[in-house]
Design a protein around this ligand. Structure first.
Ligand SMILES: NC(=O)c1ccc[n+]([C@@H]2O[C@H](COP(=O)([O-])OP(=O)(O)OC[C@H]3O[C@@H](n4cnc5c(N)ncnc54)[C@H](OP(=O)(O)O)[C@@H]3O)[C@@H](O)[C@H]2O)c1
Length: 241
């Protein structure tokens, strides 16, 4: 699981864990947070939960880290990509370095981990990738320009890989949550239809059971986003989104 300290990803693992014991490797940059998360999963019944350090920005390390995770587990059936930062809100960034770093983490870094995990699953005979995208990917807004752009790129990569690797038994589930109450959104005004990590996990596991290719959390966002995407650009531009 890349983004191993993510509140949403850990909720997904706990939900899967409640059905059957699972060995887990948590990948991430903050080893203390990962070690706490691994302890929590073992207390909840995971036979083994270990951690591996990786920074999304250090793409040159990703192949080796993913290979080590696969080696430890002796094979992977489900991999989750949950790396992401929200970054500065608004349009034109005030801090260009931070803006570029956000693109490096959310698009290049998460995309690199996604590619390496897809390769590992394919080489291992198949499996499922769960990719944390966002409704922001569907229609990037001026209040969230960088985040929306980064998620749109990652979402497109995940969809393309799903189509390309389906015949090789790699299934990809793209997850598009709206506003989720986690540390990422702490202190922000909740958007309509806001939800929590546990509810996102319920939607994801239901999607895995159904073999879905895309899920929205909450589910109603699927229909709301159809309307949002259909709005003419001239109208969308005038909205205070
Ligand atoms: N919360 C929401 O409203 C929401 C809505 C839609 C989509 N999502 C997406 O869902 C995913 C999980 O988010 P969350 O809500 O669970 O927030 P979170 O708990 O903050 O999880 C984000 C994860 O990304 C990791 N990360 C950030 N920068 C990294 C880097 N340079 N290298 C490696 N890992 C890095 C974080 O690790 P550290 O512990 O080291 O920071 C953390 O594990 C994200 O991709 C997010 O964009 C969230």
């Amino acid at each position: 699981m890349a983004g191993g300290s993510s509140e949403i990803a850990l909720a997904i693992v706990r939900k899967l864990q409640s059905r059957a014991p699972r060995e887990v490797v948590l990948l991430g940059r903050s080893t203390d947070a990962l070690a706490r998360a691994a302890d929590g999963l073992q207390t909840a019944g995971a036979p083994r939960a270990t951690v591996l350090e990786v920074d999304a920005r250090r793409t040159g390390d990703h192949a080796d880290v993913v290979d080590e995770a696969v080696r430890r587990l002796g094979g992977v059936d489900i991999a989750i990509v949950a790396v992401g930062v929200l970054g500065e809100r608004g349009g034109m960034p005030s801090d260009m370095d931070a803006a570029i770093e956000l693109l490096q983490v959310n698009l290049v870094g998460a995309g690199s981990l996604l590619l390496q995990l897809a390769r590992a699953l394919r080489d291992g005979g198949g499996g499922t990738l769960v990719v944390l995208s966002s409704v922001a990917a569907e229609r990037p807004r001026r209040s969230n320009v960088l985040y929306g752009a980064s998620k749109a790129g990652l979402d497109a990569l995940a969809q393309g890989l799903a189509d390309a690797l389906g015949p090789e038994h790699v299934h990809v589930l793209v997850v598009r949550p709206g506003f989720v109450h986690t540390r990422m959104t702490r202190g922000l005004k909740p958007a309509p239809l806001s939800t929590d990590a546990q509810s996102v996990a319920d939607v994801v596991v239901d999607g895995l059971d159904r073999g879905a290719t895309t899920v929205w959390a909450p589910k109603q966002l699927r229909w709301l986003m159809l309307i949002v995407k259909a709005l003419p650009r001239r109208l969308f531009r005038r909205m205070k989104t």
